[in-house]
Structure formats: structure tokens, C-alpha cells
Write a protein that binds this ligand. Structure first.
Ligand code: PAF
Length: 285
């Protein structure tokens, strides 16, 4: 496995692989890798002839009050996981190799980035789309792999790729959960034992929403209220949002929906100082 910090060298390696006729895949990450990331790398390995993983804690997607400086940096164990997953090349640049001191170009997707995560984390998605556009340019993948865990992120990246005609297929991979339902996340390692227990309320509320939605005649606003009530009653948890939304546009659902309607349930909450998100795709009964 090659490890590169230089964008130009990385581009050369990938270009050589493409010239050898290999299908190229990329798994963009910020490191602190867990089994969720491993599942993305394994999927890329099974579908592509040349797999690049990127490890870069991107400063531009963190707000001033967010956890950029304390974000876990675990490069040695990350590299081991990449190697075990069969990654060919790890691109792990320094910040000044990604951003010139006088860089002034931002890739901005519109309305989709103003809702939910975008409303709670102003500017976050501009940082994500700008760095993802750059990573796609440097690693030249024909397929790029993102986790459903960041549901809005993968929608925003899909929209950017479509709107800018970037020649890459975005593959969204399922959420990997701990045995008690907690969605795997690099930020879970911030949680104390007690907070870790509290955090299971997010997946619990999603399962409640799933049960309620599957009943015939379920009403979206009632399901939302039940999810919110459950989370608001959880000691140690501060709810930011718990909503049902259209899975493509993230717009709220109408008051009544026909049986068979798909939606996504999305939750964000703080447990202690840790901000957690989770989601589940649902179908109305
Ligand atoms: O999901 C992440 O880890 C990051 O947002 C990404 C896509 C690697 C961009 O920095």
C-alpha cells in the first residue's frame, strides 16, 4: 500500500492505474477510522481495480465552536485498517498541501445545504463540497463511496456531482451499527460510559418511528412528535431535530401520505459535549 501526502504524486499514481485499465474507486475520510469506514473500503475493493482512501481532517468544514482541534487523529491505526481492507493508495495531505494560503474558491450547493445539518452548522457543507470536489479531482475515481450515516452529506455530494458534471458514480453504503444500535461514528469515542448509554436513544427513536410508520394510516407529524417526545424525555440528551423528510429533497412531508410513501427519519442531538446524528429510511404502511 502506498501512502502519499502530495496531490500531484497521488494524481500520477491514479492516472497510471487508469492507464492500466483499472476501475478507480475512492473512499474520502477524515481518519479516526472504524468499521463503518472499513465497510466502505471493502465495498470499494470488491468493485474497483484500484482503491484510494483519503485521510484529511478538513478544517473548512468545522465551525469556529466545533471540534476541529480535538478531532481524533489516529493515523497509524488508520493506515493498518486501510492495509487490511486492501486499499492501494492512501492520500493523507497536510492542510497547506490542500489549501493555498490565498485560496478563494468555494464550491457551494444551494438550498439542500441550508436545511437540517446546514441550519445547525452554517458553512459546514461549503467546506465539505469544496474539499470533496478537490479530492475527486486529485484521486480521479470512477466510483466514490460515502456512508448513509451522513445522509444529507451524500445527497449534497450527489447534487454537486450532477450539477458540475463530475464523471464519478457516488455509491452510498449502509450505516454500520454497534450491537445496541448506536451508529458507528468517529465522534463516539468522545462519549463517557454513561453518555454512550444515553446515545442509544437516537437509534431507539428511529426504531420507534419505523414501527409507527409501518402501521396503516400513520400520520407523519404524529410520528415526528412521538420521536421528539421520546428524545426530549431522555436525560442527558439535548435534541436539535428529529424529523421525517422526503428522501431526495429533505423537504417536510405533507400532512397525509399514501401507503408505500418513502421517507427518511433524521435525528441530531447533543449528548454531553458530543453532537451525534443518525437516520433511517422508512416506508409508510
Ligand atoms: O464524511 C467525512 O468524513 C467528511 O465529511 C469528508 C466526506 C471526508 C469530507 O471531508
Amino acid at each position: 500500500m502506498l501512502v502519499e501526502s502530495c496531490p500531484q504524486q497521488t494524481l500520477q499514481h491514479v492516472t497510471a492505474a487508469r492507464q492500466r485499465g483499472l476501475l478507480t474507486g475512492c473512499v474520502p475520510t477524515m481518519g479516526a477510522l472504524h468499521q463503518g469506514h472499513v465497510s466502505l473500503m471493502q465495498r470499494a475493493r470488491s468493485e474497483c481495480g484500484y482503491v484510494t482512501a483519503t485521510i484529511f481532517v478538513n478544517p473548512t468544514q468545522f465551525g469556529p465552536q466545533e471540534d476541529f482541534s480535538k478531532y481524533p487523529r489516529t493515523l497509524q491505526s488508520d493506515l493498518q485498517l486501510c492495509e487490511q481492507a486492501g486499499v492501494d493508495l492512501v492520500f493523507t495531505p497536510q492542510t497547506d498541501q490542500m489549501y493555498a494560503a490565498d485560496a478563494e474558491t468555494v464550491v457551494q450547493v444551494g438550498r439542500l445545504t441550508t436545511l437540517l445539518e446546514g441550519a445547525h452548522r452554517p458553512g459546514h457543507f461549503d467546506g465539505v463540497t469544496t474539499v470533496v470536489a478537490k479530492l475527486l479531482m486529485i484521486t480521479q475515481p470512477q466510483k466514490a463511496y460515502f456512508g448513509q450515516k451522513d445522509y444529507q452529506q451524500q445527497l449534497v455530494v450527489r447534487r454537486m456531482v450532477r450539477d458540475l458534471n463530475i464523471p464519478v458514480e457516488i455509491v452510498t453504503c449502509p450505516i454500520i451499527r454497534e450491537s445496541d444500535g448506536l451508529a458507528m461514528s468517529s465522534r463516539n469515542r468522545y462519549l463517557t460510559a454513561e453518555e454512550r448509554q444515553t446515545a442509544t436513544a437516537l437509534s431507539g427513536a428511529l426504531r420507534l418511528a419505523e414501527r409507527l410508520c409501518s402501521q396503516s394510516g400513520a400520520v407523519p407529524s404524529v410520528v415526528e412528535q412521538q420521536m421528539q417526545q421520546m428524545l426530549l424525555q431522555t436525560p442527558g440528551l439535548v435534541l436539535q431535530y428529529a424529523v421525517l423528510a422526503d428522501p431526495e429533497t429533505l423537504q417536510p412531508l405533507p400532512e397525509r401520505v399514501p401507503s408505500g410513501t418513502s421517507c427518511v427519519a433524521l435525528i441530531a442531538a447533543r449528548v454531553g459535549t458530543t453532537r451525534l446524528i443518525d437516520n433511517l429510511l422508512l416506508v409508510f404502511g
